[in-house]
Design a protein around this ligand. Sequence first.
Ligand SMILES: [Zn+2]
Length: 244
Amino acid sequence: MILRSRRARKWTIVVASALVLVVAAAVTLFEVSKSRTFQFFGTLVNRVETDQKIVALTFDDGPDPAGTHAILDTLREREVPATFFLIGRDIAAHPELARDIAEAGHEIGNHSFSHERMIGVTPAWVADEVEATDALIRVTTGRTGEILFRPPNGKKLFALPRYLAEHHRSTITWDVEPDSEGTPDAAAITTATVNQVRPGSIVLLHAMYGSREPTRQALGPILDQLTQRGYRFVTVSRLLAARR
Ligand SMILES: [Zn+2]
């Protein structure tokens, strides 16, 4: 009787330990999948080390008729270059908008084709998402050089970083994201951005779709206030080239 209960206790401990390990592994993988600064393979860049007061503004999603020209107008008025991580599906729907962005002198990056989460996916699916969008970017904008990649919602785990590493491409994330959480108004987006930017920052903004009016309103003040603080705006490729 004593022996049996001892054995039962032993098994309880073994099973409980195994469960703890499984949960710990799941939590670790979840944290890595959403980390802005770490991935298992290849290079991930969320900002660069530099002494210069330079910052890269990045716009995710689209192109979309609701936001493209409003963003381009604000950037043009202040002669500021930016980087647009566009979705393949949206480029296919609005190729003329992607062309307008490129012709205005901005950098265009790849933000996947479908904007579905790129975790727990096969290498073949990753290749389709990346390559189909690259092809659309090249055909519509005439871009010939390297195309930077940013995963939807910043999520990646095994297949995507591995694919990008094998193709000598970086994962670009960000260190400032003023409009990702909740529904901040334009003043809050402006204040958060201006307070958090430091030399070498990459700012993520969502200003494309109809619901993103607050970010579109914040864009002018963000540009003006950072300029007043001595910052200069560059594309992500230029920022990478300025690494110390
Ligand atoms: Zn996105």
